[in-house]
Design a protein around this ligand. Structure first.
Ligand code: SF4
Length: 150
């Protein structure tokens, strides 16, 4: 099948390798901050919490390399949110990795979010990966539909 017209095909392998490193560094820093996760599933319940999650196309390319993109389920919810848990943990984007409801750690999490989003943007620039930062759920569904047509 042709990759023509697939924006994820324009993401260089070096950019994905840099993203894996970025996620690894983030996990190391999160381990030091130790935000509490109660596995309540509230972070992905976008209807209830009004949270809007964004991700870049590089992050979508990484996710698509770990699992086929999908567009099932309600249009305003993530298709990998199942039974209150995430079924896409390996490929989930930065915003998911940094969203915790632990009120005692919000300032550290905000600082990490700013620093790692800045690094993500610089990674796009340094690897010439086109920078598109869009609503995650909508973009996943658009790209899943595109991939299904290929
Ligand atoms: S990818 Fe996982 S953590 Fe992120 S919104 Fe979907 S279910 Fe939640």
């Amino acid at each position: 099948m042709s990759d023509a017209g697939d924006p994820l095909a324009a993401i260089p392998a070096a950019a994905r390798a840099g993203l894996v490193e970025l996620y690894r560094d983030l996990e190391r820093e999160l381990a030091a901050v130790q935000p509490r996760c109660e596995l309540s599933g509230r972070c992905c319940d976008f209807r209830a919490n009004g949270h809007v999650l964004f991700a870049s196309d590089l992050e979508l390319a990484h996710l698509a390399a770990t699992l086929p993109l999908r567009a099932d389920g309600p249009a305003d919810l993530c298709p990998w949110w199942q039974g209150g848990l995430c079924a896409a943990r390996e490929g989930r984007p930065l915003g998911c990795r940094l969203y915790f409801c632990d009120a005692t750690k919000q300032s550290e999490l905000q600082a990490l979010s700013e620093r790692f989003h800045d690094r993500l943007k610089r990674l796009h620039e340094s690897t010439a990966a086109p920078y598109r930062y869009d609503r995650f759920v909508r973009r996943v569904r658009e790209l899943a539909a595109l991939h299904a047509r290929r």
